[in-house]
Each structure stands twice: as C-alpha cells, then as structure tokens.
Write a protein that binds this ligand. Structure first.
Ligand code: EPU
Length: 343
C-alpha cells in the first residue's frame, strides 16, 4: 500500500544529517509501487532519494520525494571463475560488499564501508583505493521517469569517468536505477593492494598471502581512521572532487609547490588531491558554528549537529574561493546540491 506523507523531515534520510522538509514523501518497496508513484498525476515535481549519502540539501523540498527501498541480491549465473550478481537499488552498499566478501566473491573488497546504496553507486561511479565501481559493473536496469519504460544500460552506455557517469551529465534526472549487475571473481582472486595505505596496513597485520577478507578489513580500518562515520558526525564523504589540471598548469604548480602530492592520469593530465590544497589553505579542522572541515581529512565537510545545508554550502564556497585564490585551481563539489539551482 502506497502511503504518501506530508511535511516529512529528511534529517534521517541524508548522511549530512541536515534538517530539511519534504512537502510530500513516499517510500517504495517494489517496482510496481514505483511505477504507480510515477503515474500519480497530482505530483508533477518528483525527487528521487537513494541512500542520501551524496547529497547536500540546502532548502525544504517542494516536491514528492521518493525513497527507493527495493531489496534483494541474487546470483544470475556462475561458472568456475566468475559469478554474475544482481543487487537491487535499495540495498545498502556496504552490506552488499560484506555479503560478497563473506561468500568469497572477489572484486568489491576495496570498496568496503562506502556509505550509500547500490542504486546510487553507478551515478557517481564510486571509487576507493585503486578500484572503481565500473571495474565490476556489467549493466544496470533503470526506469525512464517520463514513460515508465524499463531499460538496461551497458557499461559503455553509462560513460563512466572519475566520479562521473551519464546519469550525472546528459541523462541527469531522467532515469531511476532499479538494480545493478556485477561480475565478481571466484578464487583465485586478483587482489588490488597497490594503494600505499592498504599495503602498509596488510604488512602491519603480517598477512603474507592476503585474502579478500583481509583486504576488506584493511580498507575498513583505513577508512575508520580517516573518515568520520555519518552515524556519529554528519558528512557526505569527499565533498569535492580531486581537480585535474593540464601538464602546463601542473609544471607551474609543482615548481612552486615541490612537496605537493599528485597523480599522473595521462600525458597531459595530472590530478592534485583537493584535501592537500584545502589543508594548505588552513581549513583542516576549522569549524564555523556547526559547519566544519574534518580534522583528519580536509576533503570531508561535516555537520556538528545543527548546521543547515546553506551553512555547509557557504563554507564550501569559501574554501573554493580560497583554493582558487592561492593556487589558481578550481575545485568542484562531488556531492549533489539539491535546491540551490532554482535560485
Ligand atoms: N591529503 C592532505 N590533507 C588532507 C587530506 C589528504 O594532505 O586533509 C593528502 C594525503 O596526504 C595524500 C593525498 O592528499 O597524499 C590523498 O589523500 P587520500 O589518500 O586520503 O585520498 P583522497 O584523494 O583525499 C580519494 C577519494 C576518497 C577515497 C580515497 C582513497 C575523491 C574525491 N576522494 O580521497 O573517496 O576514499 O581517495 O581511495 O576522489 C569519497 O568519494 O567520498 C571518498 C571518501
């Protein structure tokens, strides 16, 4: 039974813990329910909310907010070496990773403890410690909001990039992801432990021949040591993307800042960690009212309790301006800002 509620607080539905109200709110548990909601004629403005882990809500939402609560994990097919798995959009991402790791299906372990849901993971091609969602992704099943048509998007069609996909760019707001298919490995797994922090964590554990369970545990430990748990301190993970700059800009930058960390992406592209830039601008650990910059990772903005979305956004803009002024580098948010565009 569909229950449309009015004036519902979204505080529990966004990991920043921002207090904002939805004019209307509905939670859908099946695809049939979702279709019924999309067909409702009285609600022209609709907004889909997944795990709420990558949004900053800056004002009350005068629309029907749809929470996707589709559940289920199933094996589609398997052979000796690989297994194809379908996870429904409303599954919690980390619970899904744990399920895979516990069943000894490899590939997702580096993506342990990322907040959010399965259905929102492809939108920004979540990534951590040398692995991105696209590395395991086969396809996703979606519904077109305007027609209620069910479609499938292949990996190629999703046009994945660094924290990016077609669902964030040209097809933004047109589809709702219902489920995602992944290809995972069976033993022997190919581990990805080249990321420095994972290597040293495994070394500390004296794990000579690490398993996917060891890698998952190492990633969990690293994340817990650096990144705040949204259950204790409101946040949305990295607030900004790491900026990519041209070779020419990089050469000028590194001459002036020889100690800066960087990653070479291609012959002409270099990535500079935004966390380092923000820290150099003096923001790490700073607090303005209840809006702040995390003390252990400057890329993460936090809500100490009652910050509004606007408080966080104001701080974000201040940081952007400061990095621009000191380094001439533009940093842009990774999180989706809801509400500001209209103004
Ligand atoms: N750094 C600083 N100061 C800081 C933070 C970082 O100097 O306050 C420096 C570090 O010393 C290091 C470099 O910046 O040299 C990179 O830091 P880190 O390894 O912590 O990774 P990141 O680039 O800041 C990215 C992702 C994270 C992901 C980690 C690990 C983005 C926007 N963020 O962060 O993803 O967990 O790498 O792979 O790409 C997320 O997207 O929400 C997220 C947490």
């Amino acid at each position: 039974m569909l229950k449309i509620e009015e004036n519902i607080s979204l505080k529990a539905y966004n990991t920043f813990g921002i207090e904002a109200k939805a004019r209307y709110f509905v939670c859908v548990n099946t695809i049939e329910e979702l279709i019924a909601v999309l067909e409702l004629p009285n609600f022209p403005n609709k907004l889909v909310l997944g795990g709420g882990s990558n949004v900053l809500i800056v004002e009350d939402i005068d629309a029907l907010v749809i929470r996707i609560n589709l559940k289920g994990i199933q094996i589609l097919k398997e052979d000796e070496h690989t297994v194809e798995i379908r996870a429904m959009a409303g599954e919690n991402w980390h619970s899904f990773v744990e399920w895979a790791v516990n069943n000894n299906y490899g590939g997702l372990e580096n993506l342990s403890l990322i907040p959010g849901n399965v259905g929102t993971a492809p939108i920004q091609n979540i990534g951590a410690y040398g692995v991105e969602l696209k590395d395991l992704f086969i396809s996703c099943q979606v519904i077109e909001i305007s027609t209620q048509k069910l479609l499938s998007f292949s990996k190629q069609e999703c046009q994945f990039g660094y924290r990016n996909s077609i669902f964030k760019t040209e097809q933004r707001g047109k589809y709702i992801i219902l489920s995602v298919d992944f290809e995972l490995s069976k033993i022997p797994h190919q581990l990805n432990t080249s990321y420095g922090a994972i290597e040293s964590e495994l070394l500390q554990r004296h794990t000579a021949q690490p398993t996917i369970q060891d890698v998952s545990q190492a990633v969990i430990k690293i994340r817990q040591s650096k990144l705040p748990d949204p259950a204790n301190l409101g946040n949305s993970g990295s607030f900004f993307k790491n900026p990519e700059i041209s070779k020419k800009a990089f050469e000028e930058f590194i001459e002036k800042n020889p100690k800066a960390p960087f990653y070479k992406i291609s012959e002409d592209t270099y990535k500079i960690p935004a966390g380092w830039l923000i820290e150099q601008c003096g923001y790490k650990g700073k607090r303005y009212g209840d809006a702040g910059v995390h003390e252990k990772q400057a890329l993460v903005l936090v809500n100490y309790g009652s910050a509004s979305g606007m408080d966080i956004l104001t701080l974000a803009k201040k940081i952007q301006a400061s990095v621009q002024c000191k380094y001439g580098i533009t940093i842009v948010p990774e999180v989706n800002i809801i509400g500001e565009i209209k103004k």
